[in-house]
Write a protein that binds this ligand. Structure first.
Ligand SMILES: NC(=O)c1ccc[n+]([C@@H]2O[C@H](COP(=O)([O-])OP(=O)(O)OC[C@H]3O[C@@H](n4cnc5c(N)ncnc54)[C@H](O)[C@@H]3O)[C@@H](O)[C@H]2O)c1
Length: 374
């Protein structure tokens, strides 16, 4: 039996995909967690690896994901590569007995994601989907209010994610074979996930997507093939509980910069009161009962970070630092020998819904969501 993980025997984590999101929060989060150590870095770009070797202080670097997945000095991998590579890297990591946290969307479609989930589940590995916004303190507290009955019977869910992004190329994100879909898989899928977490499974939906601009210029002015994916995505749905949901997301909302974080608003109208989560104010929620106007309420201390985390919630940009809690959860699940939350099953459920949005739009009809066995 291998020794249990601890500060003296930390979980050795390799990053696969050393780009923006790994630098933004996965690597800082590993550095913050005394039970974890950065044990390897893989990226397709040797130039980026040379930079990360210095920036991140890790000498075990490679362009070959098979090599890092087979490395006996690695216990777990965090996959933060373009969407079309997630399946092959996950299957390699699972084959070598590594625990996996993978970025969303887990794959290009539910078929890929199911194979990833089954590979990790069947080998009893910890598997986690990087659904970041579940970790916002306001979302954690809103969840508590939903589950404890404080909002009453949950009737309506409503989500807006509006970004004011440049109209230039999205790189790999704008092609179906590398990304799967645009705003829907990049942004709205997070909101599908936390809605299911708050209100339970979706029963049926009607979805729509739209593309407005060609994105045929890169940020440095070069020509590139036009975008094939949506700039805007939306759905209305009915949960099995009888509640209703409305989601809208776009990257073309002029005037919604909000210091780079954009506008995010998600609310639940319960029979007793309404509760609201906002990304740019993650340490507050808004609450209101009949006869009142919605008013900001501070998130209580116990919801500002996970129990035991060394993170100081009073330091750093609030809309950034809660993202470090993903790695805390992944490492906690490995140390405690339990499932991570959100798991690949949650990633699969959200993927099935997102796929159904595309199907609904293509076929111009409501689509029922099939049950998925655990
Ligand atoms: N959870 C979130 O909030 C969040 C935020 C941003 C991005 N993401 C997700 O993270 C993933 C990566 O996004 P990003 O913005 O960091 O992208 P990015 O383009 O900045 O970085 C991706 C990196 O992967 C590398 N790469 C490509 N193919 C590879 C391979 N076969 N093996 C090893 N490395 C390879 C690239 O060289 C690049 O450095 C995407 O799935 C994206 O949807 C999630």
């Amino acid at each position: 039996m291998p020794a249990p993980f601890s500060q003296a025997n930390p979980v050795k984590i390799a990053i696969v995909g050393a780009g923006a999101v790994s630098d933004y929060h996965h690597v800082p989060a590993i550095k913050l967690d005394p039970r974890a150590v950065l044990a390897g870095v893989c990226d397709a770009s040797q130039e980026l690896l040379d930079k990360r070797r210095k920036d991140w202080g890790c000498d075990n670097v490679t362009t070959d994901f098979e090599r890092i997945c087979a490395d006996p000095g690695v216990d777990a991998v965090i996959i933060a590569t373009p969407n079309f590579t997630h399946k092959a890297i996950t299957l390699s990591a699972a084959k070598h007995g590594k625990h996996v946290m993978c970025e969303k969307p887990l794959g290009l479609d539910a078929g890929e994601v199911r194979a990833m989930y089954h590979a990790c589940r069947d080998r009893k590995l910890v598997h986690m989907t990087a659904f970041t916004y579940r970790f916002a303190p306001s979302m954690r507290y809103l969840r508590h209010l939903c589950k404890s009955g404080a909002l009453g019977a949950l009737r309506h869910f409503r989500s807006q994610r509006f970004l004011d992004w440049p109209e230039t190329s999205w790189g790999w994100r704008q092609y179906k074979k590398t990304a799967g879909a645009g705003d829907l898989f990049d942004m709205t899928i997070h909101r599908i996930d936390f809605a299911i977490d708050l209100l339970g499974p979706l029963k049926t939906l009607c979805g729509a997507t739209a593309r407005f601009i060609p994105r045929t210029k890169t940020t440095d002015g070069r020509d590139c093939p036009p975008s094939e994916v949506d700039d805007w995505s939306s759905l209305i749905g009915e949960f099995t509980s009888g509640a209703t949901g409305v989601w809208e997301g776009t990257t073309l909302a002029k005037g919604y910069g909000l210091a780079g974080f954009g506008h995010e608003w998600a609310e639940i109208n319960g029979s007793l009161q309404t509760g609201v989560y906002r990304l740019h104010m993650p340490n507050q929620i808004m609450l209101g009962k009949t006869g009142q106007d919605l008013a900001a309420v501070d998130v209580p201390a116990e919801f500002l970070k996970p129990a035991g985390s060394p993170r100081d919630p009073s330091t750093g940009e609030p809309a950034t630092v809660f993202r470090y809690d993903l790695v805390w959860e992944f490492v906690s699940a490995i140390c405690e020998g339990r499932d991570a939350v959100p798991s690949f099953f949650d990633g699969l459920r959200a993927q099935i819904v997102a796929d159904s949005v595309l199907q609904s739009h293509q076929e111009r009809r409501w689509v029922d969501i099939p049950d998925e066995p655990r």
